[in-house]
Design a protein around this ligand. Structure first.
Ligand code: SF4
Length: 399
């Protein structure tokens, strides 16, 4: 990696990185990916940085973001510059506000991009709390089951797509919605966010649900009551020409990243790991991938790559225990517990029923990473058998 020149300092472009969150096993950097959209080659580059500077596994979060963990504190300048060079932090001031989850369909890419661009263009919106969340979805899209604040639901009819006719989208807030022309939906959603900032009296009010009812009622003046429904998150397997792959425990290993970054269809598109764990190789194509809020990744055009990606460690079929088994970081990464949650989850996986209820293993009541759908929490298990037994316990919880 080249030494940064003074004129293109990543520290200047990524000021938020200068004060990273620090955990028991080092500094943590979260890379927010609006709608989870990115190129597979970029995943490979992020994985290379993780392997070089900290924990080689990149963590997928419940907001479709990526985390580098176990990094030195303070962060090396070379790492800050390399992250800046990836172009994932276009505005340090807005970075914590760029929380957008989205259904993985390509037809939503423009809505995600317009929403992100509008957010970046307004200095006021840099003040949105880091916990504030936008969602962009199709009708009954699975991200609507997540704890968002403002949702845009694309209601454009299939016969209108790709024509010059104007589609429609619904902006949804607190059980109310307005239907607007599709090309005005992002700005309508951002206007709601501006009203949220104006209406809160305490900067610790992080979400719309935390506002008093009379303040919530002013956010969408033309809104009418709207009942929302959401499909279950997609299971691993083919989705048309694409492939949904699950990342067990949300830990993307260097081998997985290398397999993603391998570009099919290119005569030179072969990637591999070098001695330092960096992804090396020539790729002429950069397939679109979408990191989802469910610790999975949609690989565009990947329907016939299931065997190859499974060999790298991805789950590619729906009959895996990892479709219902998740865990927080736990020990030794987190100082709040002595329970090695991930290690115990791995030991329990062969005995978990993939058709049974979801189980989330945690080391303390903070319940990091818990899924939005109904699940059983397993707090501080002593053995893998505790996790297996808990799958069928009556203690179901909804986040
Ligand atoms: S749930 Fe508790 S033990 Fe697990 S990562 Fe969060 S704070 Fe740490």
């Amino acid at each position: 990696m080249s030494t940064p020149s003074p004129s293109r300092s990543g520290a200047d472009r990524c000021p938020g990185l200068l004060a990273p969150f620090v955990s028991a096993d080092g500094a943590i950097v979260r890379l927010r990916l609006p709608g989870g959209r990115m190129g597979a080659a970029t995943v490979g580059e992020i994985s290379s940085l993780a392997a070089r500077f900290g924990d080689p596994d990149v963590t997928l979060t419940s907001r479709g973001s990526l985390q580098l963990r176990g990094l030195p504190d303070p962060l090396p300048r070379e790492l800050i510059t390399a992250i800046g060079d990836l172009g994932l932090i276009p505005s340090g001031a807005h970075d914590k506000a760029r929380n957008i989850i989205a259904d993985p369909e390509e037809s939503l890419d423009d809505l995600v991009g317009t929403l992100d661009a509008g957010l970046l263009a307004d200095p006021v919106l840099a003040g949105l709390p880091g916990r504030f969340l936008f969602a962009v979805a199709g009708v009954c899209g699975p991200v609507l089951g997540e704890p968002w604040d403002i949702a845009i639901v694309d209601e454009t009819l299939p016969e209108v797509r790709g024509t010059s006719l104007e589609g429609a989208a619904r902006v949804v807030v607190d059980g109310h919605s307005v239907l607007v022309p599709r090309n005005e939906a992002a700005e309508a959603a951002l206007n709601v966010a501006r009203r949220f900032l104006d209406s809160r009296s305490d900067p610790r009010t992080w979400n719309i649900r935390d506002l008093p009812a009379d303040a919530r009622a002013t956010l969408l003046p033309e809104g009418t009551p709207f009942v929302m429904a959401a499909r279950e998150p997609p299971l691993p397997g083919p989705v048309g020409d694409d492939l949904m792959v699950l990342v067990p425990l949300g830990l993307l290993t260097p081998e997985m990243a290398a397999a993603l970054a391998t570009s099919r269809g290119s005569s030179q598109g072969s990637s591999h790991l070098d001695d330092r764990g960096d992804v090396r190789g020539s790729t002429h194509l950069d397939p679109r991938v979408v990191v989802t809020p469910w610790r999975s990744i949609l690989v565009s055009g990947g329907a016939d790559r299931a065997d190859e990606l499974a060999a790298a460690g991805f789950v590619t079929s729906p009959d895996s225990p990892w479709t219902v088994l998740t865990a927080c970081a736990g020990a030794p990464s987190c100082a709040r517990t002595d329970t090695p949650t991930r290690e115990l989850a791995r030991a329990a996986a062969p005995l978990i029923d993939p058709t049974g209820p979801p189980v989330h293993v945690i080391g303390c009541e903070r319940s990091c990473g818990r899924p939005a759908r109904a699940h059983t929490l397993v707090v501080n298990p002593s053995t893998a058998a505790d996790i297996v037994a808990a799958q069928h316990s009556p203690r179901h919880e909804k986040a």
